[in-house]
Design a binder for this molecule. Structure first.
Ligand SMILES: [Zn+2]
Length: 313
């Protein structure tokens, strides 16, 4: 149902391109703002509230590293008053077309441009010398992207500037609270058990932010398959360090990590982690006395932290 509504929303937007029936009362005159991945879409919703019409190009479960733009994407990008993307080469091939768009028009923003370079992890040789783009792994770092959205929305809607600033400030506070909450949960895992093994290298910022040693079966990008040597090394690492559980991710095929788990004789967690995409909007779960929507960034982090802590402690 949620997916249906999501698609319907996208369809309505497309049909709205100049063919709205005369006299219709349903025309949405709010500025269209387009985001690439779900985490950036959520950021636009948090800051933009009901003053903007926010659309996301890549839905839940979509891997941005390998995403091939759809024909409808370019129509949305052309129509948008502002475009927000992650940047740092997360969006694989799509980054090039977005950068080209930015040379032709204003209002195109990489949200990671708000993060000071010294806070980024060192450039990765196997990721063509680029920085690791998975910055949302640490809510305190992700907080640095809020101001980019506040500024970008204020440029297309100056009358809403104070509204965006206020919402941005509130959201920054919420992200810091989230970090505190997560640090507290992590304390439940003994220090020598803070070892996180997942499908690909999407959790280095998480590891730095929460004191975990992190290993992925595939590299920072999912474009290249993991070699047999890496796999054997990973199995050895899991066995040697006595890791209880390893984690598949929602946007990566779980077969390879399940095979590693079987070989190492450990559990592949039935809780898949949200690495490069959030859950379905409205997927509310209740756990440990609180409820959260896994289709939001806050819910994504809570799901991941709860799954990791409960799986490893
Ligand atoms: Zn990734």
């Amino acid at each position: 149902m949620k997916l249906y509504l999501y698609t319907l929303g996208l369809l309505t937007t497309l049909l709205g391109l100049g063919c709205q029936p005369q006299g219709s009362a349903t025309v949405d005159e709010r500025p269209l703002v387009v985001a690439t991945v779900t985490m950036v879409h959520d950021l636009v919703l948090e800051v933009g509230g009901d003053r903007v019409r926010a659309e996301g190009l890549m839905g839940p479960g979509v891997d941005p590293h390998t995403y091939k733009p759809k024909i409808t994407d370019s129509a949305l990008l052309e129509e948008a008053k502002a475009v927000f993307y992650c940047g740092l080469h997360l969006e694989g091939k799509m980054q090039e077309s977005i950068e080209q768009l930015a040379t032709r028009r204003a209002g195109v923003h990489a949200v990671t441009s708000g993060i000071p370079e010294e806070k980024l992890l060192q450039p990765q040789e196997e990721f063509e010398g680029h920085h690791d783009p998975h910055v949302w792994g640490d809510p305190e770092l992700w907080k640095e992207t809020v101001k980019v959205v506040v500024k970008g929305l204020s440029e297309i809607d100056p009358e809403g500037a104070s509204y965006y600033e206020e919402r941005g400030r509130e959201y920054e506070k919420e992200l810091l609270e989230l970090k505190k909450w997560a640090l507290k949960r992590v304390e439940e895992v003994p220090e020598d058990k803070r070892l996180l093994v997942t499908s690909h290298d999407a959790f280095f910022y998480f590891g730095r932010g929460f004191g975990f040693e992190v290993r992925g079966l595939q590299g920072v990008s999912t474009v290249s398959e993991a070699g047999l040597k890496d796999r054997a090394e990973l199995v050895k690492f899991i066995k040697e360090r006595g890791i209880k559980a390893i984690f598949p991710e929602t946007s990566v095929n779980p077969k390879a990590i399940a095979a590693v788990a079987a070989e190492a004789g450990v559990t592949a967690s039935h809780e898949e982690l949200f690495s490069d995409a959030m859950g379905m909007p409205g997927d509310v779960v209740e756990l440990h006395g609180e409820s959260y929507d896994r289709g939001t960034y806050v819910g994504m982090v809570k799901h991941n932290v709860n799954s990791i802590v409960d799986g490893l402690k």
